[in-house]
Ligand binder design. Sequence first.
Ligand SMILES: C[S@@+](CC[C@H](N)C(=O)[O-])C[C@H]1O[C@@H](n2cnc3c(N)ncnc32)[C@H](O)[C@@H]1O
Length: 196
Amino acid sequence: MRYFVVTGHRAYSTPDFRLDDICGGAGRMDILVRCVTSAFFLSHDIRKDTEVYLILEGGGDAPKTVRFSGKEIRYLNPDERSTASLIRNALLKKVPQEGEIRSSPGVYISRMSFEDVISLLSEKGEPVYLKEDGIDVRDFTFPENPIFVLGDDKDLTEEEESFLLERSPAKICLGPRSLHANQCVVVVHNEMDRAE
Ligand SMILES: C[S@@+](CC[C@H](N)C(=O)[O-])C[C@H]1O[C@@H](n2cnc3c(N)ncnc32)[C@H](O)[C@@H]1O
């Protein structure tokens, strides 16, 4: 399995945003939406071996986490608006204090924080921190179930970073330029595909 954890530092944890304003009114939800598209879509297929965790840290009911499962996902289309709609539909659900609930096939929502998600996934795989000052991805051997962790348009906060670093993740750099979060997702998939 390939896991991606993306921190949405201002991304709305409530459904009160317009689908035609996900860039402004939803706290840069557009970045998270593009990460979802990049994580799952191949030209004529969906990557079933992938899960994406979007950590929504903005708005009035944070934190919440929306999980997309490639194995189960339905109604995912390549356009940003319909993916944002899947997220907003999840946010319309009454989310319990503990555990996650299904919003639509392959889309789940919970009240997990960044720390909760990293702790949970660390039992299933190995965290890999995507960071410009890491070691070159081409000198790196991917673990079996990598958990790739990255920021949105901002890097992880100091608290998030130190929580992650306590787990001694590998820290890898994808190239000489700082990339957009969704571009990182594409490059990582491609590097893993080539390594396989
Ligand atoms: C748009 S960047 C965040 C801001 C960026 N660090 C800057 O200084 O402008 C989003 C995230 O993508 C990841 N990232 C961007 N470029 C990368 C690279 N070349 N190698 C590894 N990770 C990268 C990092 O996790 C970063 O937090």
